[in-house]
Write a protein that binds this ligand. Structure first.
Ligand SMILES: [Mg+2]
Length: 159
């Protein structure tokens, strides 16, 4: 059950305190794409999202995108932001998170995982030994499987 508990819960990526993350020894961030960085299935990067990615870089933190979504879209959007990515990551599997940490030459303890889903982002990040941050999903419109997961998440968080 501890593996389903995020270290932090914030409203959105814009509420993440980057300097306090750095004070905790975090040197890199892995962010989810859908409903975390962008609205679900949106194919456009908003100026605010792009600005946030720049703020992360300016704070001297590395940043990468790890998504379970299809490569075509994830890779295109990541390229637009100039960040490395792994698509079809099969979160909560640990391999994508570990691969990014290895590419950054950072240990899991130096990495934070940001996402809107307990059963993929938080579970996967915790399993990989990383610091986990749960955000509220940007949009309500989503895949039915995700909706069922949300319901389970709600039940879990209420406990
Ligand atoms: Mg998501």
């Amino acid at each position: 059950m501890k593996l389903l508990q995020p270290n932090e819960m914030v409203d959105s990526i814009y509420d993440i305190n980057l300097s306090s993350l750095k004070a905790k020894g975090i040197k890199g961030i892995i962010t989810d794409m859908d409903n975390t960085l962008l609205a679900w299935h949106s194919s456009e990067i908003t100026p605010t999202a792009a600005q946030w990615v720049n703020e992360v870089r300016q704070a001297d933190l590395k940043i990468a995108i790890v998504s379970n979504n299809s490569p075509a879209r994830v890779e295109e959007l990541s390229a637009q932001l100039g960040v490395i990515c792994i698509a079809k990551a099969v979160k909560p599997r640990r391999s994508a998170f570990r691969s990014i940490a290895a590419q950054f030459n950072l240990s899991p303890q130096e990495m934070a995982v940001v996402g809107d889903q307990l059963f993929t982002d938080v579970l996967g990040g915790n399993r990989a030994g990383m610091y986990t941050i749960l955000v509220n999903p940007i949009s309500k419109h989503e895949f039915i499987g995700t909706k069922i997961m949300r319901l389970l998440e709600k039940l879990f968080l209420q406990r």
